[in-house]
Write a protein that binds this ligand. Structure first.
Ligand code: 5AD
Ligand code: SF4
Length: 439
């Protein structure tokens, strides 16, 4: 048998990309590739790119430039660009960087094997279409390789919301949901391979409306079906939009035993003026009332969110409204970003906020978020949580895992095995994790 070819994948950005990279690796596995941790000995390098913030395309070009030496040493090396920058820039990438052999958009990953074969004949391969078929169905898993205890599972892709700052509706296209039976089969397969916790992924995951046995199924319906999968212990989902937080999903947070008490629900800003300009179609007040209802269903739920500061025309007063909202919600985790223009989006054309002012606001917001995060972590001390153990800790004899609230928890014991769920009493709160004792 010939030597396996080596594949190096570098993944940027969101969890959706992490999931896609796994699927691409499996697809190319069928072409005789095994993954390698370094680009130096690779026969194929794939950059799975993200286009959401900053100067994404420029970073990709500079990363590609660094492979020049490798390609000179190994003329058979193939270089590919996948992900949202591939979708957004398309042929431009091949024009600007002749080292690139292959450009594949997120909707075309199932075509990767044929595209790879094409590059082996010396041709370039480009595919950034939005085809109709279900790429994941075509990217069927290879024979049952063992998996770690947690996995992502994409259930929905794309977005029809068109927030004024965001490239997703352009790079990932219109919202599409996968049929429920395929998702459930994939979940069963993951469980057979050792997975205990599944995070359902989608850019607008709670807008899920895939085909079910009796018409369309909501995300809550899908979660209830997954709740029946034996051996699956935990279900999470991300990322949600406030406007799609339906009654059945709120209720499921109170009644569905495998659904974890954690919800990532970005609001982006606390100012109604800015929310309107962002085309968010909800207000700060409606968001706060929504959280009240979610907390009524599941009082201990840990909230997480995303914020953009320095959106065009944001005044100090608008920013203060964001600070007020954060103070009221108290997030267990929150991700805050300085607005950065994405060419082609409506907000790119509007008057920009002074960069220093935006930096200053970002610092103030992050200061408050960090304080809440720490206080919430400290409030866990003394409490009993359930931990899904994932791997040995950094210190010898330690094991680490995640609580139901997604806090990292370590115990000074190697008794729990990987994939085991154990009750733990939290005894101390550190900078980024909690310490606990097995019960
Ligand atoms: N500038 C800054 N942050 C952005 N995000 C999306 N687009 C931009 C942009 N142009 C943030 C939003 C989103 C998260 C994934 O990234 O907060 O929820
Ligand atoms: Fe982007 Fe999310 Fe808005 Fe869709 S809902 S446009 S993915 S920020």
């Amino acid at each position: 048998m010939s030597e396996p070819k080596k594949l190096y994948i570098k993944t940027y950005g969101c969890q959706m990309n992490v999931y896609d990279s796994e699927r691409m690796s499996e697809a190319l596995g069928g072409q005789g590739y095994v993954e390698t941790k370094s680009p130096d000995d690779a026969d194929m390098i794939l950059l799975n790119t993200c286009h959401i913030r900053e100067k994404a395309a420029e970073k990709v070009y500079s990363e590609l430039g660094r492979f020049k030496g490798l390609k000179a040493d190994n003329p058979d090396l193939k270089i590919g660009v996948a992900g949202c920058v591939a979708q957004a820039e398309g042929e431009e990438i091949m024009r600007r960087q002749p080292l690139v052999d292959l450009v594949v958009g997120p909707q075309s990953y199932h075509r990767l094997p044929e595209m790879e074969a094409k590059t082996r004949t010396g041709e370039k391969a480009l595919d950034t279409d939005f085809p109709e078929e279900d790429k994941f169905e075509k990217l069927k898993n290879r024979p049952k390789a063992k998996r770690g205890p947690t996995a992502f599972l994409t259930v929905q892709e794309g977005c029809d919301k068109f927030c004024a700052f965001c490239v997703v509706p352009y790079t990932r296209g219109a919202e599409v949901s996968r049929p429920a039976d395929r998702i459930i089969r994939e979940a069963q397969d993951l469980v057979e391979r050792g997975v205990r916790e599944i995070t359902l992924l989608g850019q607008n995951v709670n807008a899920y409306h895939g085909a079910g046995p009796n018409g369309e199924m909501t995300l809550a319906g899908l979660i209830w079906e997954l709740n029946k999968v034996d051996g699956l212990e935990r279900i999470r989902f991300t990322t949600s939009h406030p406007n799609d937080m339906s009654d059945d999903l709120i209720e499921a947070h109170g009644t569905c035993d495998k659904l974890m008490p954690y919800l990532h629900l970005p609001v982006q800003s606390g100012s109604d003026k800015i929310l309107k300009r962002m085309n968010r179609s909800h207000t700060a007040e409606s968001y706060l009332r929504l959280i009240e209802r979610i907390r009524a269903a599941r009082p201990d739920i840990l909230m997480s969110g995303d914020f953009i500061v320095g959106f065009p025309e944001e005044t100090e007063e608008d920013f203060q409204a964001t600070m007020d909202l954060v103070e009221e919600v108290r997030y267990g985790y929150a991700y805050s970003f300085k607005y950065s223009t994405r060419p082609g989006t409506p907000a790119a054309e509007r008057p920009q906020v002074d960069a220093e002012q935006a930096d200053d606001r970002l610092q103030r917001l992050q200061g408050m978020i960090t304080r809440h995060q720490r206080e919430i972590q400290e409030s866990m001390v003394g409490r009993k949580v359930s931990v899904l153990f994932e791997k040995p800790g950094r210190q010898p004899g330690q094991m680490v895992g995640k609580s139901e609230y997604l806090h990292a928890v370590h115990v000074a014991s190697d008794a729990p095995s990987v994939g085991e769920l154990r009750d733990v009493r939290i005894v101390a709160s550190g900078a980024n994790s909690l310490a606990g004792e097995l019960l």
